[in-house]
Design a protein around this ligand. Sequence first.
Ligand code: ADP
Length: 291
Amino acid sequence: MTIWNLGSINSDHFYRVGHLPAPGETVLSAGMERGLGGKGANMSVAAARAGSHVSHIGAVGTDGQWAIDRLTEYGVDTRPIAVLDTLTGHAVIALDDAGENHIIVFPGANREISRDAVGLALAEATPGDILVMQNETNQQAFAAETGSKLGLKVAYAAAPFSAEAVTAVLPYLDILVLNHIEMAQLVEETGLLPGPKLGVDTVIVTKGAEGCVLYDRKNGWDAIGFDAIRVDAVDTTGAGDTFTGYFLAGIDRGMGAEDAIELAIKASALMVTRQGTADVIPDLKEVLDWS
Ligand code: ADP
């Protein structure tokens, strides 16, 4: 099957700092690197490296051909990515010695994806394929509705969190992945908890080094906790994206939610021992061989 990912593509600029700047403070950076990122690109690379066939629906600017080339190199089908007469999205990531980060994202082309481009791409989808989105592009609600009508399994990573964005796709979702901060915001702003009122079959709340919690309709949405693997974290950027990409790849290959989560926990723990985003996401063999 195919995982269709309506997702962002960014040029990530990493700046190493001794500590994250406080408001009004200027800090000097000891080093700078550029790489492929964006929650969408990260998830596409993660799912492709986990062995799935991934088609990425998105857009870059005229300065973004390198990003398309790199996604292709990582095994992602990039045909549904448009090159628009604008700037490619980019992120400025400050990273401190403890592996914590501050991130600023400029969406650029990621917010200028046309409805036609999404419709044309999804016209190639087969019922049972997976559609995943995050909140860094436009066209999420249209894609979710179209995907749902076509019989796709619709998944959403509610990041960066917006109650409005998640509410717009909620009626079409089968899978919702969000971190504990985003879950708290969802509850505060909508009053909805995993269960019949939220209406999403599978909800996963990730909690960084504390692991994650699964709420599945087939268990009456009772909370099932999973521990993370203890590692020395170097850079937690992209942990959630790697987790979601691997989880969906697991579902794509027929695993149940629990087994797919175990795979995702392993992949994301290995990921946080590395600095970088899409360029350093481990492949399935590395994840399975790692103990
Ligand atoms: P996000 O990056 O979206 O904020 P989390 O930080 O919750 O997401 O991380 C997602 C998953 O990645 C966690 O559920 C966990 O399995 C793994 N992970 C994240 N940080 C660590 C860590 N420091 N050590 C081990 N695993 C981690």
